[in-house]
Design a protein around this ligand. Structure first.
Ligand code: M6R
Length: 613
């Protein structure tokens, strides 16, 4: 996830407008910043790693002048967050500069192809390749719009692009596929950006672009085209005008994308984050490399803290079910008690959103010192885990500001599922076509998450308003257990309500003693464990207020009754159930916190990243 903006004005200097937009886009990424201006047919680029305020001062971005400019704030996905990988990126001779948000899936093959045709590739990014693809069209004598259409038709993945072309000083070209992009129309000034807040200082007249749309803006005009199977067609002016809406947002509301808190915004960002995760990992050679290491290892350890530990539990589950590989999931702070069993060639899969969690890094260092190979799974390129690991799998969820992990959990799960599928393939437990089919199922995860959020929202709001809960159980079996643990953690940390998760089969071994009339029990029913119906009945028989969260396509020998309420979520099978059953608990925790007057973004006693023991 990155933030992009482009502004073109009839007269005056647009650089301050671009910088103001970037300030509001920084929540989308903050590891590097760059601006390019088209100064009378010459493109000037200034960019560096670091936060906006710092780069702005160091590179004197305010001294740039031009009436057409683009800007970018980066959240690294391909290549470390350094000066060279910062956007904008240019073609061979600097006559095309572009900024990009998204992930190009066929990056490796395009890179090889462009390099073999003699292009001078300076960065490690997927973005730069797009500039060179456009360059090829332009140098072949095509109009820029055709060169752009040709370039984007070669891309597999997600992109929102804003592009300057030296020979066309007043224009900004743009394109969108599975990454957000809007146009803004002002008086003698038009703009393109990742989201509405970035343009509110310019205009409130906004149009949202659809996937497959591309075109250009100048200060007074816009042309939009739509990519189709047989080429592309231009949208009629009347259609464009009809899609321009006036937004009423205040700036304060807009800084969180219109949401009152980052947590709820990030919950809603899950479909987009999952799309980016999927694009980045489904064919990634490093996922297959990591899978081979896993199947060849004498032992596999999975370490993580909090939510990342729960994602690790989900991984152990799929690794066992799909690949038949046993692994040892560990809470990072417990690592030393198992250290003596670690040996040469063992694999440690270390899961950490931030890549900076002290206990996880300590575990990694200790196990590495004993000869283990470290596979890091993180959201932060260039983090300590990224640097320490032998191999890193990026989750590409974009920055998460709220202390509660939400979108990073589901994105971690997706990368780890793909890793388990590749491990199954490497071990021969799945043949290549079965592995392709399983990975293909995950393409539906964004849609499932989106439907799950929609279905959960009213239920979570309603249940959150029941103010008399003092303690709750969240139970699951199989896959449902780590999902239940993650749900309980959200409720504890955000709503300050005691919530305990345990495998539902454990009830009769002790915990059911607490159950009395009205005791709230949530059951996470996953399609691997229909026997959870029995757990619902045994709880209801003791007076519990039972709520069973289940995928709609799961047969369960259970009916709604006075004591048992069935909450139906989208189906799709075992691989999609983490995306179907997780958002409900995130939303329940969120609404419970808000209704109790707590700040869900900054829960008491907690920090986003725990860098101490
Ligand atoms: O950055 P990490 O994923 O390593 O952080 C680990 C935990 O501190 C973290 O997952 C924590 O449990 C969540 N913020 C809870 O929502």
């Amino acid at each position: 996830m990155c933030g992009i903006i482009g502004v073109t004005a009839r007269d005056g200097n647009v650089v301050p407008l671009v910088l103001e937009g970037l300030e509001r886009l920084e929540y989308r990424g903050y590891d590097s910043v760059g601006v390019a201006v088209n100064a009378g047919g010459r493109i000037l680029v200034r960019k560096a790693s670091g936060k906006l305020a710092d780069v702005r001062r160091r590179l004197a971005l305010d001294s740039l002048v031009g009436s057409t400019a683009i800007g970018h704030t980066r959240w690294a996905t391909h290549g470390a967050p350094n000066d060279v990988n910062a956007h904008p990126h240019e073609d061979c001779d600097g006559s095309i500069a572009l900024v990009h948000n998204g992930v190009i899936r066929n990056y490796a093959s395009l890179r090889e192809e462009l390099a073999s045709r003699g292009h001078r590739l300076r960065s490690e990014t997927d973005t730069e390749l797009i500039a060179h693809l456009i360059e090829e069209g332009v140098k072949a004598g095509l109009p820029v719009i055709e060169a752009l259409a040709g370039a984007i038709s070669r891309l597999d993945g997600s992109y929102a692009l804003a592009i300057l072309v030296a020979g066309e000083p007043g224009r900004i070209y743009f394109a969108r596929m599975r990454s957000p992009l809007i146009l803004g129309f002002g008086e003698g000034v038009n703009a393109v950006a990742s989201d509405i807040p970035a343009l509110l200082h310019l205009t409130r007249r906004i149009m949202t672009l659809e996937d497959g749309e591309f075109g250009w803006i100048s200060p007074d005009r816009v042309e939009i085209y739509r990519l189709g199977a047989g080429g592309y067609e231009r949208l009629k002016a009347i259609e464009v005008q009809a899609r321009v809406k006036t937004v009423e947002w205040t700036l304060e509301k807009a800084s969180k994308g219109g949401y009152p808190h980052f947590m709820i915004k990030e919950i809603y960002e899950q479909p987009q984050a999952l799309q980016d995760t999927y694009n980045g990992a489904v064919e990634a050679p490093e996922v297959s490399r990591a899978a081979r290491l896993i199947v060849e290892a004498p032992r596999v350890y999975v370490v993580g803290a909090g939510t990342s530990y729960h994602a690790g539990l989900v991984f152990s589950y799929y690794l066992s079910r799909l690949a038949g590989v046993a692994s040892i999931p560990l809470i990072s702070s417990e690592f030393k008690f198992y250290e003596s069993t670690v040996g040469e060639g063992d694999v440690v899969v270390a899961v950490s959103q931030s890549g900076e969690t002290y206990d996880t890094l300590e575990a990694v260092r200790a196990y590495k010192a004993r000869g283990a190979v470290v596979i890091g799974v993180t959201n932060v390129v260039g983090s300590a885990l990224d640097r320490l690991g032998d191999l890193t799998l990026y989750i590409r969820a974009g920055p998460e500001i709220g202390v509660a992990a939400t979108k990073t959990f589901t994105s971690q799960v997706m990368v780890l599922q793909l890793l388990a599928i590749r491990a199954a393939e490497a071990r021969g437990a799945l043949d290549p076509s079965e592995a392709r089919e399983k990975a293909g199922i995950l393409a539906a995860a964004p849609q499932v998450a989106s439907e799950a959020i929609r279905s959960s929202e009213p239920l979570a709001k309603l249940l959150a308003s029941r103010g008399n809960w003092r303690s709750i159980y969240v139970l699951g079996r199989g896959l449902g257990y780590p999902i239940a643990k993650e749900g309980a953690l959200k409720i504890k940390e955000i709503a300050y309500l005691h919530a305990e998760a345990y495998p539902a089969g454990e009830s009769k071994h002790g915990p059911i003693a607490l159950v009395e009339d009205g005791f709230p029990v949530f059951l996470v029913a996953t399609s691997d464990s229909p026997e959870i119906a029995g757990n619902a009945l045994e709880m209801a028989a003791r007076g519990a207020d039972v709520m069973v969260l289940k995928p709609s396509d799961m047969e369960l020998d259970l009916k709604s009754s006075e004591r048992i309420r069935i909450l139906s979520m989208p189906g799709g099978g075992l691989l999609l159930e983490p995306y179907s059953l997780t958002p409900f608990f995130q939303l329940l925790a969120y609404y419970k916190a808000v209704q109790s007057g707590y700040d869900p973004d900054k829960p008491r006693n907690l920090a986003k990243t725990v860098t101490v023991e």
